[in-house]
Design a protein around this ligand. Structure first.
Ligand SMILES: NC(=O)C1=CN([C@@H]2O[C@H](COP(=O)(O)OP(=O)(O)OC[C@H]3O[C@@H](n4cnc5c(N)ncnc54)[C@H](OP(=O)(O)O)[C@@H]3O)[C@@H](O)[C@H]2O)C=CC1
Ligand SMILES: O=C(O)CCC(=O)C(=O)O
Length: 447
């Protein structure tokens, strides 16, 4: 068994030697899925995982645009179309200076499993650019988005590939991207999700990833007869996912102590209540400011520069910023401080060593592909509403989101429950995600 995993990983390493994040994501899946493949005749000898780690298509393109000084700028754009066995490619666009093929392939690979877990008919993809939105004017953002879509449009479509937001891409960017797609194609279709409410968006989509992450954590806690009430929660990030993870934690009666951005974190021992959260939302979504401005408004809180918040004592940790933001030392600190539950809002925020520490301590740990699947699931619901040309109410969408998160939790138990009763959510999510995609690939033959 060990030999099969090593041989497989060596082959993937040879082909993708300069892609550490992609290799990290593949390794985590291989370690849990290869044993399952070897135990099941229908999957053995079909090279399914070898096919799944090779993107069906990886598009890279030049994005030229003019900045406010009249200078011509050039960025690189990408779309990784990873797997379309169970539906059109689906996954976000990330605008961040660190974006490269490795990051987008890891995200697209994770997306295949995540989308399968939602039970909705969506394949996996991801895209973006090394464009840095920080400090850019609205007009620069618009010109960049229009230039990006002037190439991307030929590779996507409502039945082909449906992008959405991710880091650096929110409602504003989706609007500009949609506007250019509509102009070039002369059609009004559900080609993107995360759209505004007056032009095809779904209620609850902005909230869905953060809410879903908390719904999943609550389900995990329920297996121990526990819940969010009166728990101390530490959150990283202050963007879309973090904001709504904080909101839902507060609604469930928890006390949220931290939020962060790439400059550091704020620690508010009195708790970030709903008024303080409204301030953060205005600061981040409208003023596009930095998290340290929180302590100017709320001087009882402190700002810790250049650090992540994992040293703050808590029962529940919600990493909602970025990949590999929580390492082994952080995991041990969280465990020593009494943390009992980690639910990933971000994609792959915990390193492999951190996950091993959580598993060894047998605490509740949910990998992002299960716990943050509420975002893409609600994108799937947006696609359904677009096809129906009908909008569901806030309550209807929220109930469907809860049901989907509940089903994902059940799938993780089905494939991840161990003999001693401990639930390995990593194993559960990987195998459950794999089975549906693998069955579809087998049915469709070698294509
Ligand atoms: N939006 C969605 O629906 C979904 C998002 N996700 C994942 O959730 C995570 C957050 O995404 P989202 O909230 O949408 O993105 P946003 O752009 O809205 O927010 C990102 C947040 O993370 C921080 N951050 C980004 N990069 C780093 C870094 N290198 N170090 C420290 N902090 C960093 C940002 O700080 P700063 O402003 O300083 O850069 C910001 O606070 C990502 O991993 C994304 O892939 C997963 C599922 C769905
Ligand atoms: O809503 C979507 O399609 C994308 C969400 C996403 O990028 C993710 O799940 O990581």
């Amino acid at each position: 068994m060990k030999h099969n995993i090593e041989a497989f990983l060596n082959q993937v390493k040879q082909r993708n030697s300069h892609e550490p994040e992609f290799l990290q994501a593949v390794e985590e899946v291989a370690e849990t899925v290869i044993p399952y493949i070897l135990e099941h005749d229908i999957y053995r000898g079909k090279n399914i995982l070898t096919r799944m780690v090779e993107p069906e298509r990886l598009i890279s393109f030049r994005v030229s645009w003019v900045d406010d000084q009249g200078k011509i700028q050039v960025n690189r754009g990408y779309r990784v179309q990873m797997n379309s066995a169970i539906g059109p490619y689906k996954g976000g666009l990330r605008f961040h200076p660190t974006v490269n093929a490795s990051i987008l392939k890891f995200l697209a690979f994770e997306q295949v499993f995540k989308n399968s877990l939602t039970t909705l008919p969506m394949g996996g993809g991801k895209g973006g650019s090394d464009f840095d939105p920080k400090g850019k004017s609205d007009n620069e953002i618009m010109r960049f988005c229009h230039a990006f879509m002037s190439e991307l449009f030929r590779h996507i479509g409502p039945n082909t590939d449906v992008p959405a937001g991710d880091i650096g891409v929110g409602g504003r960017e989706i609007g500009f991207l949609f506007g250019m797609y509509k102009k070039i194609k002369n059609e009004f279709t559900g080609v993107l999700t995360g759209k505004g409410m007056s032009w095809g968006g779904s209620l609850i989509r902005p909230e869905a990833t953060g809410y879903g992450t908390v719904y999943f954590a609550e389900k995990m806690l329920n297996t121990k007869g526990d819940d969010f009430k009166d728990k101390n929660v530490v959150v990283s990030g202050s963007g879309n996912v973090a904001q709504y993870a904080v909101e839902k934690s507060l609604q469930l009666g928890a006390k949220v102590l931290t939020m962060s951005d790439s400059s550091g974190y704020i620690y508010d021992a009195d708790g970030i209540d709903s008024d303080k959260l409204a301030f953060v939302m205005e600061l981040k979504n409208v003023k596009r400011g930095r998290i340290h401005e929180y302590v100017v408004k709320y001087p009882n809180a402190e700002f810790v520069e250049g650090k992540t918040p994992w040293g703050v004592s808590c029962e529940i940790a919600l990493p909602c910023a970025t990949q590999n933001e929580l390492n082994e030392a952080d995991a041990n600190t969280l465990l020593n401080n009494g943390c009992i539950c980690v639910s990933e809002g971000a994609n792959m925020p915990s390193t492999k060593e951190a996950i091993t520490a959580f598993h060894r301590a047998k605490i509740l740990f949910a990998p992002g592909k299960a716990s943050n699947a509420g975002g893409v699931a609600t994108s799937g619901l947006e696609m359904t509403q677009n096809s129906l040309r009908f909008n569901w109410t806030r309550e209807e969408v929220d109930n469907k989101l809860k049901e989907i998160m509940c089903n994902i939790h059940d799938s993780c138990i089905k494939y991840g429950k161990e003999e001693d009763g401990y639930i390995d959510y990593v194993k559960g999510a990987n195998i459950a995600g794999f089975v549906k995609v693998a069955d579809a690939m087998l049915a469709q033959g070698v294509v």
